[in-house]
Design a protein. Structure first.
Length: 334
């Protein structure tokens, strides 16, 4: 039996059908990411699990218990928000102790839990500091520690890194994953960032317009998108209608086809390989994307996107003729 189960969850805001019959199972100890664009329903499902939103109909099961109508305080679920929501007039230690005191735990246990949580998030020496004296990353670690210290059945993270700069964000991604692995805590993470989902997750559930479009491991959802939306949202695929992919490859196709830009081989000379689809085109433009150059290539009136590492030997100029080749196994029917 799954540790968490959503059974036919529907949620309406007036006439707006936000969650449309969601059925989802999560196993104990997994790091699960709900991924998707703004307004797709992922945060609403998370808040429904926490009890911060009432579902219109359906059931939510946690550890064998129906918690659909339970009060948030009775669910034993920890939650970390995008906003740190720390008490500004309390020290780090006092912020962590607040919820424990409400539970009327013995002082010795409170101290022990706080010390352990502080160590886990690597904030030793900051116990007496106030939030205003901490960096954004340190404040987010305090918020994370506050969720951990309550020893919840599930830890929910609702886009907790979106307000943090890119370099620190990458560091915190790894820290959160390491903390999860150390504690074995069932964790559900909400983000709209596909790279973040790929780095952190055991399982990704891709949301679109109130439904789960695709579920799988990061490798599965990246390499084998099942719909046009999945292909466009994860991996920035080329998506070709059947007639266009037929024109490009010289073979017949009955469905749309998705091709990842990085799987397209580029050369300044014809490519000698009988096992690949070969074509030639002209570079229309190129854009730097970190350590990758994204080329837009005109192949007989069809735009093809191809990625290459940002190296001098592989840089093509706009207007230059280029030869392309694509392996058939990289053409994913959707």
């Amino acid at each position: 039996m799954a540790y968490i189960e959503f059974k036919n969850i529907n949620k309406f805001y007036g006439d707006n059908h936000v969650l449309k019959g969601i059925n989802l199972k999560i196993e104990k100890g997994q790091f699960v990411t709900l991924l998707g664009p703004s307004g797709c329903g992922k945060s609403t499902l998370l808040r429904s699990l926490a009890g911060l939103e009432a579902v219109t109909d359906g059931q939510i099961i946690l550890d064998g218990e129906d918690i659909t109508t339970k009060e948030p305080k009775d669910r034993n679920i920890g939650m970390v928000f995008q906003q740190y929501s720390l008490f500004p007039n309390m020290t780090v230690e006092e912020n962590l102790a607040f919820g424990l005191k409400l539970k009327k735990l013995p002082q010795e246990e409170i101290h022990e839990r706080i010390s352990k949580a502080i160590k886990i998030v690597e904030l030793e020496g900051k116990e007496k500091a106030y939030p205003s004296n901490l960096s954004g990353g340190q404040q987010q670690r305090v918020a994370l520690a506050r969720g951990i210290v309550m020893q919840p059945k599930v830890l929910l993270l609702d886009e907790p890194l979106s307000a943090i700069d890119a370099k620190l964000r990458k560091s915190l991604q790894l820290s959160i994953r390491e903390i999860h692995d150390k504690l074995g805590l069932t964790t559900i993470f909400v983000t709209h960032d596909q790279d973040e989902a790929m780095v952190m997750s055991d399982v990704i559930h891709l949301f679109h317009d109130g439904v789960i479009e695709q579920s799988g491991t990061p490798v599965e959802v990246y390499t084998r998108p099942v719909t046009s939306f999945a292909a466009s949202f994860i991996g920035n695929y080329n998506i070709f209608e059947a007639d266009k992919i037929a024109k490009l490859t010289g073979t017949e196709w009955k469905t749309k086809v998705a091709i990842r830009p990085e799987t397209i081989m580029m050369s300044k000379a014809p490519i000698a390989n009988d096992d690949r689809f070969k074509m030639e085109g002209v570079i229309k433009e190129h854009i730097a994307r970190g350590n990758v150059l994204r080329y837009t290539i005109d192949v007989g009136g069809i735009e093809v996107y191809a990625d290459a590492l940002f190296r001098s030997v592989s840089i093509f100029q706009d207007g230059e003729k280029v030869y392309l080749s694509i392996a058939e196994h990289n053409c994913v029917a959707i």
